[in-house]
Design a protein around this ligand. Structure first.
Ligand SMILES: Nc1ncnc2c1ncn2[C@@H]1O[C@H](COP(=O)(O)OP(=O)(O)O)[C@@H](O)[C@H]1O
Ligand SMILES: [Mg+2]
Length: 250
C-alpha cells in the first residue's frame, strides 16, 4: 500500500501537487487521470523518488520514503521494486539481451540469466523461441510484452505506467491494457497507471482524478459512470466529442 500525505511540490512559484492526499490500495490497479499538465507525471516521479517533494510524506509499506537518504532509498526500492513505463527496446540487441539487460550489466552470467529471462517472457505470454530475435522481427504488441518482461526482471512489487498507450493504435492499446490486467491477475502487484484513454477504465480497479494539485475524486472504476462527481463529469466530457457514449465503455 502507498499512502501519500500532504504532498506539495513547487517548481519556483508554480505549485504542482498541493497538499495532496491519496491512498493507493495494495495489490490493485489505480489509474490516475487528469488533463495534460496537471502534474500526473510529477506525482508519479515523487512516488518513485525521482523528484523530491517540497513537503509532505509518501509511505511505501509503512516506510516514509521522503525521509530516506539515497542509499536507504535504494534499499526500499530493491525490496519494493520499481518500474517505469514501456520504454523503447534497443534495436541492436536481441530479445534475450533486451529483457536481461539489467542482469547482464550486473555481471550475471548468460547461462544464469537465460532461465530468468524465459520465466519473465512466460509471465507476459511469450515463449522462448523469440529469445534470439531482434525487436524489428516482432509485432508492436509483442514488443510491448517484451518491454514489460524487461520491467518484471527485478520482481517488482509496485509497477508504474506513465501513459502506456499514448501514441499507440487502438489494437496495440488493447494489447497493452489486457497485458496489464492479466499480469495483475497473476502477480497481484500494486499498480499505478496514468492514462488519458477511457478504454482503460475497464481494466483498472480504482480511479483517482488529479486537478489543481489535489485528488478530487477517488473511487472504484466500475462505478465511475454512475458518479455525479463534477470533476469526473467534466473530465470525461472534455475527452469525448459530442454526446457522451458511456454504454460502449461499460
Ligand atoms: N522538472 C521540472 N521542472 C519544472 N517544472 C516542471 C518539471 N516537471 C514538470 N514540471 C511542470 O509541472 C507541471 C506538471 O507537469 P506533468 O506532471 O508533466 O503533467 P502531466 O503529466 O499531468 O501532463 C507542468 O506545468 C510542468 O511544466
Ligand atoms: Mg505526464
Amino acid at each position: 500500500m502507498i499512502k501519500i500525505e500532504h504532498l506539495t511540490k513547487n517548481f519556483n512559484k508554480q505549485v504542482v501537487t498541493n497538499d495532496l492526499n491519496l491512498e493507493i490500495p495494495g495489490g490493485k490497479i489505480t489509474c490516475i487521470i487528469g488533463r495534460s499538465g496537471e502534474g500526473k507525471s510529477v506525482l508519479l516521479k515523487q512516488i518513485i523518488g525521482l523528484i523530491k517533494p517540497t513537503s509532505g510524506h509518501i509511505y511505501i509499506d509503512g516506510i516514509d520514503i521522503t525521509q530516506l537518504s539515497s542509499t536507504e532509498h535504494e534499499k526500499v526500492y530493491e525490496k519494493c521494486g520499481y518500474v517505469f513505463q514501456f520504454a523503447a527496446l534497443l534495436d541492436s540487441l536481441t530479445i534475450f539481451e533486451n529483457v536481461g539487460i539489467s542482469l547482464l550489466e550486473n555481471g550475471v552470467p548468460e547461462n544464469k540469466a537465460r532461465p530468468i529471462v524465459i520465466k519473465k517472457l512466460t509471465e507476459v505470454n511469450l515463449t522462448e523461441d523469440i529469445l534470439d530475435k531482434y525487436p524489428s522481427e516482432l509485432s508492436g504488441g509483442m514488443r510491448k510484452r517484451v518491454g514489460l518482461a524487461r520491467t518484471l526482471i527485478r520482481d517488482p512489487k509496485i509497477i508504474l505506467y506513465d501513459e502506456p498507450t499514448t501514441g499507440l493504435d487502438p489494437i496495440t492499446s488493447r494489447v497493452v491494457h489486457e497485458l496489464m490486467a492479466s499480469m495483475q491477475e497473476r502477480l497481484k502487484l500494486t499498480s499505478i497507471v496514468i492514462s488519458h484513454d477511457l478504454e482503460i477504465f475497464k481494466y483498472v480497479d480504482y480511479i483517482a482524478l488529479l486537478h489543481e494539485g489535489k485528488i478530487r475524486y477517488f473511487g472504484e472504476a466500475k462505478t465511475i459512470w454512475e458518479s455525479d462527481n463534477p470533476y469526473i463529469y467534466q473530465f470525461i466530457r472534455g475527452l469525448s466529442e459530442g454526446p457522451i457514449q458511456t454504454e460502449s465503455l461499460k
